[in-house]
Design a protein around this ligand. Structure first.
Ligand SMILES: [Zn+2]
Ligand SMILES: [Zn+2]
Length: 342
């Protein structure tokens, strides 16, 4: 099968062909696994972190891609959940041990044996992909493959971030950065909590406009003061200044949730500008979001189907994987980028 590989760490500023096309063997399934003919795979900022070494893959060469959707074409003899022809998908969680203290508490995202699709196991930038039936999900009806793919990362992890804010209806939610993830969070937050006010902090006028069109109460630059204090905020930027700057706008007991697998180093010194009384005093919290659980994915797919949340997508043919990755690096944000198999 054809597959794109990350073969080594490289710098995307200098290298605009980081992925190499290769011919690999089709995956062999075990008794509890399903073989999927990949129809689409969404492209995530995490691929950039893998290529540049901030989210280091467990081995090289590796097939990236953790928002994989397609058709089941073969099932192991013990598979019960799926049959041939089913439309399924997989996200960042490829497997977890199921026995440790975290797995037992529903925190399988924190399991020591957590395996991530496209980082610890070959992912979806390929013609075929296999996974245990327990970690695959049925696609929402009335969604095309390309529309479903981005739900598996930006959407599901976004849903986890929103859960972790502990927001209640009627409160104020800040969204820092307005790329694919926060734009999905805005839609699901307004659906789940119809009386909240959403404050979007973004560097670009275009993103602020989009936020207002989609129902944000207010949108401003990250250094602008919002008209009201906020109960909680979700940061999806790859840098430090925006979330740390916005701590000052949190109410007492407020919580900042950082939804980023790694932060870039370029503005790390911004952390030193934290002013304890202004930014942290009165029980303000900072919490990160790590990985995703199956509960997050399946609850989010349900919500997406009901609303429905159809992400804005930009389709790239499979052959243009390098272009898609480089366009994300250069922040050419139009919506979620999706590789489409022919
Ligand atoms: Zn992702
Ligand atoms: Zn575990």
């Amino acid at each position: 099968m054809r597959a794109w590989l990350i073969t080594e760490i490289t710098d995307l500023e200098k290298d605009d062909r980081p992925l190499k096309l290769a011919e690999l063997k089709k995956p062999q399934i075990k008794e509890n696994e399903i073989l999927i003919k990949v129809k689409a795979c969404a492209v995530c900022h995490t691929e950039i972190d893998e290529i540049e070494g901030r989210a280091l893959p467990s081995f090289f060469p590796i097939v990236p891609g953790h928002q994989v959707v397609g058709e089941v074409i073969k099932i192991g003899e013990k598979v019960k959940k799926f049959k041939i022809g089913d439309r399924v998908g997989a996200g960042w969680i490829y497997s977890a041990c199921g026995k440790c203290e975290f797995c037992e508490k529903g925190l399988e995202n924190l399991c020591k044996d957590f395996k991530a699709t496209g980082r610890d196991i070959n992912g979806g930038y390929a013609e075929y992909f296999k996974i245990s039936e327990d970690f695959a999900f049925r696609l929402p009806e009335n969604f095309t493959y390309e529309e479903s793919a981005p739900l598996f990362c930006a959407g599901a992890i976004g849903y986890r971030s929103l859960r972790l804010t502990n927001i209640e209806d009627g409160q104020n939610l800040g969204l820092i950065g307005f790329g694919a993830s926060n734009h999905l969070i805005l839609k699901m937050a307004l659906y789940l909590y119809p009386n909240i006010k959403i404050f979007v902090f973004s560097r670009t006028e275009k993103e602020r406009e989009l936020a207002k069109q989609l129902g944000a109460y207010w949108a401003g630059d990250i250094e602008e003061k919002p008209p009201e204090k906020i109960h909680c905020a979700i940061d999806t930027t790859p840098v430090w200044k925006p979330p740390f700057f916005i701590l000052r706008h949190l109410l007492p007991n407020g919580r900042l949730v950082i939804n980023a697998i790694r932060k870039e180093e370029i503005d790390k010194e911004e952390i030193l500008n934290i002013d304890y009384p202004r930014d942290l005093w009165l029980e303000k919290e900072i919490k990160s979001v790590a990985n995703v659980t199956r509960r997050d994915i399946s609850e989010f797919l349900n919500i997406a189907e009901k609303i429905p949340i159809k992400p804005e997508i930009e389709i790239y043919p499979f052959e243009k994987a390098n272009e898609a990755v480089v366009d994300i690096k250069r922040r050419k944000i139009k919506g979620a980028k999706v590789l489409k198999m022919e």
